[in-house]
Design a protein around this ligand. Structure first.
Ligand code: M6R
Length: 600
């Protein structure tokens, strides 16, 4: 997590850095800071909390203090040290000549701290980053030039790091370093940038250069020189930046999350029209599938797994990436490993895929960011084409993941000849109805809002479902806790009576997700009655009005059991959104969370 940015050009570095950080804020919002390198003055401005606090400081600063055409900036998601001013980046050397921003984790920072302390360096923060500044400073004090000092220092670092560095004595230069953390260079008119993500470059840069791991870039206003850590020059052609600034605009919606929920029918339509766009023929021979993901992406995997089992007759295991890494696996050449990650930067998923690759498995990745780090570990990539998702809570990327997984399962079933062509075309027809069904749910937004408002003041909520609907309940509960901070847990409805029912009373609403076609429909409804009998308010999300006396019913369009998670998702997302909105939460940037989780 964390986001870094750098600017060198002919206009205001402060303005460019703050603009860029605005588009990186989804990566963390514990603190923000910039360093401006003006002729002979290296000025640092930092603020704890959101970027806005920093913007206010800059706004009230006399203009002459913020004049500079070179600088670096940072947005922090705390890993080492509290989210306070002391630990905010940029970090600087004791003499104030060097400033640095960092995204990633330095694994050997404790040893480095010890070594540097023995050399007389005094640490003023608890961060791992500060060790890097002192390392470079030590090289400079030993007589190395700026570039050599950086090169010598980064060779001593273990872990993940994307760095932006400025040096007071050389204000015509910005140095960027990349290893295991995302970093790209943006090229504008007489100006260059560095950024953790393309989002920070939209409307600024015309072309980009992707840095690779183990590279250092020395960036001037009109020149970019890239070398590896050994100093060998690397030649790389710039690419056109295809995205426009509008792709990260709220488009009139109160929050990005609401806008992104509304984008879902269009995205699904486009995915259906485009098809999978990969050749699945070579995947036909696998009879084992392992799906690895985290958070919402994991829920998409859980929803799709039964279809791979059923339609493709494969043994399927779904595992949280953070667990996969430490468990003895059966992964081998007979296994297809599917990694799912919206951001493509999730450290847990990337580490798990690296491990899977070592066991000779074929790796297929589903990601919304074809430019992200995860694609390096993939033999095949399926893109979600959902557009940039700005809200930290995943919505449109979830339904795009579901859709892509359904398309993949259908393609494999066809290749393996386990479903007849009539069955396959029937399922494709059902998928084609989905965008209209989601539109019907969105058209009922006000009704869902009115139901949601009634449940905003409860301290906790239980979600229940069975079978194919259980991942929907899990995702609904995750959405609610992420953005409203209401304690929400999902249970297999049949498990309720084995323990969780002890929690139920008039203060603990139960949200039940049902599909009329599912063989478990009646049983789940009985579980809802059991909850009612314990005085729990019950909200039913179902495609059929249930018999019984429940508190609220959110009626969904009728759907087949297999694809119902797509429609259920839209309704549960709106429900969580309107509860959080009623509570006045910061919906797009929930506390403690970040969009790209680049630490394990
Ligand atoms: O980018 P990824 O799909 O790999 O992210 C995985 C999770 O961190 C992510 O889904 C997280 O749970 C979201 N905040 C969900 O809304």
């Amino acid at each position: 997590m964390c986001g870094i940015i750098g600017y060198i050009g002919e206009s205001s570095a402060a303005e460019n850095l703050l603009d860029g950080l605005k588009n990186l804020e989804y990566r963390g919002y514990d603190s923000a800071g910039i360093a401006l390198n003006d002729n002979n003055r290296l000025k640092i401005f930092k603020a704890a909390g959101k970027l806005n606090n920093l913007c206010q400081i800059i706004r009230t600063e006399p203009r002459e203090n913020t004049v500079a055409e070179c600088g670096i900036g940072h947005i922090r998601w705390a890993t080492h040290g509290l989210p306070n001013l002391e630990n905010a980046h940029p970090h600087r050397s004791a003499d104030g000549n060097l400033a640095l921003v960092h995204n990633g984790i330095i694994e050997n920072y404790l040893e480095l701290r010890k070594e540097l302390s023995a050399d007389g360096y005094h640490f003023t923060s608890q961060t791992d980053t500060e060790a890097i500044v002192h390392l470079i400073d030590r090289e400079l004090k030993n007589g190395a030039g700026f570039e050599d000092a950086v090169q010598n220092a980064v060779r001593l670092l273990d872990g993940a790091f994307a760095l932006g560095i400025v040096y007071r004595q050389e204000p015509d230069k910005l140095i960027a370093v990349k290893k295991n953390a995302p970093l790209i260079i943006g090229i504008g008119q007489h100006e260059n940038f560095i950024a953790s993500d393309i989002a920070a470059l939209l409307g600024k840069a015309e072309k980009i250069v992707r840095m690779e791991d183990g590279e250092i870039a020395v960036i001037r206003r009109g020149e970019i020189k890239i070398t590896d850590f050994a100093g060998k020059q690397v030649m790389r052609q710039p690419e056109l930046l295809q995205l426009s600034a509008e792709s990260i605009d709220k488009g009139g919606y109160k929050h990005f999350m609401l806008k992104e929920i509304h984008e879902q029918p269009g995205i699904i339509r486009a995915l259906l029209a485009d098809g999978l766009q990969i050749d699945t023929g070579s995947l036909r021979d696998f009879n084992r599938i392992e799906i690895i993901a985290c958070g919402t992406s994991l829920h998409a995997a859980l929803a799709a797994a039964p279809l791979f089992e059923d339609w493709c007759r494969c043994e399927v295991s779904v595992q949280p990436a953070s667990e996969y890494i430490y468990k003895k696996q059966r992964t081998g050449a007979d296994t297809l490993v599917i990694g799912i990650s919206q951001s493509g930067e999730t450290a847990d998923t990337i580490t798990a895929l690296k491990q899977a690759q070592k066991s000779n498995a074929q790796v297929l990745v589903l990601t919304n960011r074809p430019d992200s780090s995860i694609v390096r570990y993939a033999d095949k990539v399926i893109t979600l084409q959902a557009g940039i998702e700005v809200s930290v809570a995943a919505t449109k990327s979830y339904t795009a993941q579901l859709l892509r997984l359904y398309q993949l399962a259908l393609a494999l079933a066809k290749d393996k000849n386990f479903l007849s062509s009539e069955e396959i075309s029937g399922l494709h027809n059902a998928l084609r109805q989905i965008p209209v069904k989601i539109e019907e749910i969105l058209a009922e937004e006000e009704k869902i809002k009115n139901v949601a408002k009634k449940y905003a003041r409860f301290p906790a909520m239980a979600y229940i479902a069975r079978g194919q609907q259980l991942p929907s309940a899990m995702e609904g509960a995750l959405k609610l806790k992420e953005i409203s901070y209401i304690n929400a847990c999902a249970y297999a409805a049949g498990e309720l009576k084995h323990g969780p029912i002890a929690l139920l009373d008039a203060n603990m609403p139960v949200a039940a997700v049902l599909c009329r076609q599912a063989p478990t429909y009646a049983k789940t409804l009985s579980n809802c009655e059991e909850a009612k009998a314990r005085k729990a308010p019950v909200i039913i999300f179902s495609d059929q009005i249930p018999q019984g006396n429940f508190d609220d019913i959110v009626l969904l369009p009728q759907n087949c059991e297999e694809f119902a998670p797509l429609t259920e998702a839209a309704a549960l997302q709106l429900f969580a959104y309107f509860i959080a909105d009623e509570l006045g939460r910061e919906i797009d940037q929930p506390r403690n969370l970040a969009k790209s989780v680049t630490v394990e």
